[in-house]
Design a binder for this molecule. Structure first.
Ligand SMILES: [Mg+2]
Length: 200
């Protein structure tokens, strides 16, 4: 745990944490493959294996959505209020850290802006990382991660100085968070906010 005199670095994920990507994903998938999936049917990180399409085809849909990020619903309309308040508190330095390719950076910045999330007010830097290995973000020097990725939850066990606020989603419910000391399941941005303020 850090003291007040240090900055606490936060890694705020985008998909499944700021933007509700899988709602849009299921809509586009259903349109394309004449299926009837909803977000609640996405019960694993590699859901496409169960849905009988190749990873390549599954990712084509992700890329189309990334290009049109403005159309993806925000997870919580109040997220900008919480993030601004966290950033205003000089102890915390939130970066937005997303596993998207650089070519989708502009649509992402625009989508964040559209939802009132602005660099310098709500976050410090926007960092893009590879989506593989799935636990890639663990190698970055963040103290607190706000993420929905089950692989990050499994990896963080080996980094007891870090904390993961695991944003509850259907694809991470199999993670037994109560058995991992430094993983705390959060159900809303209100939960995130309260945890972070209590961290001091
Ligand atoms: Mg995510």
């Amino acid at each position: 745990m850090k003291t007040n005199s240090h900055e606490v670095a936060l890694a705020v994920d985008v998909d499944g944490v700021l933007l509700d990507l899988m709602i849009s994903y299921c809509e586009l998938f259903n349109e394309r493959y004449d299926t009837n999936y909803t977000k609640n049917d996405v019960i694993s990180w590699e859901f496409f294996l169960d849905w009988n399409i190749s990873e390549e085809k599954a990712f084509q849909i992700f890329y189309e959505l990334y290009e049109n990020s403005k159309d993806i619903p925000v997870i919580d309309k109040a997220v900008k209020v919480y993030l601004e308040d966290i950033y205003k508190n000089k102890i915390f330095k939130p970066d937005i850290v997303s596993a998207r390719k650089n070519e989708y950076k502009k649509p992402l910045v625009d989508a964040l802006k559209l939802n009132g999330i602005i660099q310098g007010i709500h976050y410090e830097k926007l960092i893009l990382v590879d989506n593989k290995p799935y636990n890639k973000k663990i190698n970055f020097s963040y103290d607190i991660y706000i993420d929905d990725n089950p692989y990050l939850a499994l990896s963080i066990k080996d980094y007891p100085e870090k904390v993961l606020l695991l944003y509850n989603q259907p694809w991470n419910r199999s993670i037994e968070d109560s058995a991992i000391k430094n993983v705390i399941r959060v159900y809303s941005w209100k939960d995130v906010y309260h945890y972070i303020l209590n961290f001091i």
